[in-house]
Design a protein around this ligand. Structure first.
Ligand code: 5RP
Length: 406
């Protein structure tokens, strides 16, 4: 299939997914771009069944009108059950870069109101790590140079997109060279240090001739086959692994360059251990890494995790709860704090009472949402199914009003 055929195919797949929404009288949210144009074309024969659509740009509004679909103002609807849009890049965790078509602000607003986001994208948009496509930022014209300087201070090179004025009368800065990373503190829920932190650390270690050691006990094989090292494309000098690599049996491992390992090889550093190289454990690890954690398994794990995180986010939004859910790879959690946690100082102000109440309330309804404690997070495994995610979310929807009244 060439790219155009793929765009048509994903548009038709989205149409099939959206049909039950039409019949329920839903107002659709519609993104912008050539893939979305295909979706609007696919919608046209069903125009009479569609109650209305909120467009994310003037371009899409024109296409919808041409297809005979009623345009609805976002301010006039209480809910947008489904939003369909394309993207410029999308990774295995379903995080994406948007804005190639300069409609990003309205797209993100309609998407924020929507309960379900259906992303339609051809193969060329799939990446392992976001950032090859420059990150579009919409800026009011007055702030252009200032914002470009601020982005430079963050390590990005902002390029003013020529001859483009957005539907909001603004300009676009395309930011190149940003390291878009999601490093994680997993003993603080799922906390991501500021962008640029890991590259900065690597640079400091190089400057001062220090070894950079990644503790991948929790991230190893859970956020990518190569853990954080692969996910963030930052090469540590030593990596430490455990937990998931043993497939349920106790196993820990470390790896380093040949030069560092020579310290052990030459017996300058002695490495021995009672359980080192246990054959049963190593057989379990081999099966786990080669036969269970396959590329297909990762795709399923990441999609299920995204569904759980998004499902939490939708319920939280609907009820106006002062908390948020986030996740990376196969892991996620709910944070009982309104603002995004960035560091330990933020994290200690988490509402522990609410975390405990959530955990117990879910438990009472038969769902163990994650290990107990606000420092923990859930992990989706190959044993989990769509039905498990739906049950989890159904139970959260039931207990959420109780938590809201805490
Ligand atoms: C517009 C967008 C588009 O969704 C993105 O650029 C993809 O476009 P296309 O479907 O034409 O490849 O973000 O702002």
């Amino acid at each position: 299939m060439n790219q155009d055929e793929q765009k048509r195919a994903v548009a038709h797949a989205a149409l099939k997914f959206a049909l039950p929404y039409f019949d329920a009288g839903a107002i659709l949210g519609i993104g912008t771009g050539s893939t979305v144009d295909q979706f609007v074309a696919a919608l046209a024969p069903h125009a009479a069944r569609i109650a209305g659509a909120v467009p994310s740009s003037e371009r899409t509004a024109r296409a919808l009108t041409g297809a005979g679909i009623r345009i609805v103002d976002l301010n006039d609807v209480a809910a947008v059950p489904i939003y369909v849009d394309g993207c410029d890049e999308i990774d295995g965790c379903l995080c994406m870069i948007k804005g190639g078509g300069a409609a990003l602000t309205q797209e993100k607003i309609v998407a924020a109101v929507a309960t379900t986001f259906v992303c339609i994208a051809d193969e060329s948009k799939r990446v392992d790590v976001l950032g090859r496509f420059p990150l579009p930022v919409e800026v009011i014209p007055l702030a252009r140079a200032y914002v470009a300087r601020e982005l430079a201070a963050l390590g990005g090179r902002a390029v003013w997109r020529p001859n483009v004025v957005t539907d909001n009368g603004n300009v676009i800065l395309d930011v190149h060279g940003l390291h878009i990373v999601e490093p994680i503190m997993l003993n603080m829920g799922v906390t991501e240090p500021a962008a640029g932190f890991l590259p900065g650390l690597r640079a400091l270690c190089d400057e001062f001739n220090a070894l950079l050691v990644f503790d991948e006990v929790k991230t190893g094989v859970k956020i990518a086959p190569g853990g954080a090292t692969e996910h963030y494309k930052i090469r540590p000098d030593i990596v430490v692994l455990a937990k998931a690599i043993g497939g349920g049996l106790p196993l820990a491992a470390f790896g380093a360059s040949a030069e560092i390992m020579e310290e052990i090889n030459s017996f300058r550093v002695i490495h021995v251990g009672t359980y080192a190289s246990n054959p049963i454990t190593l057989a379990a690890a081999e099966v786990t890494l080669k036969e269970i954690l396959t590329p297909d398994a990762y795709r399923t794990l990441f999609a299920l995790n995204r569904k759980l995180v998004d499902g939490y986010a939708a319920i939280i939004r609907e009820l106006g709860m002062p908390c948020y859910a986030n996740g990376v790879g196969s892991m996620g959690t709910i944070n009982f704090k309104k603002d995004v946690i960035r560091d330990y100082r933020d994290w200690v102000t988490l509402d522990r009472r609410a975390t405990q109440a959530w955990y117990l309330a879910m438990l009472n309804e038969g769902v163990i949402p994650q290990p107990p404690g606000p420092d923990e997070q859930w992990t989706i495994t190959v044993q989990h199914t769509e039905a498990d995610i739906e049950t989890h979310l159904k139970v959260f929807r039931k207990v959420a009003p109780l938590l809201k009244s805490l």
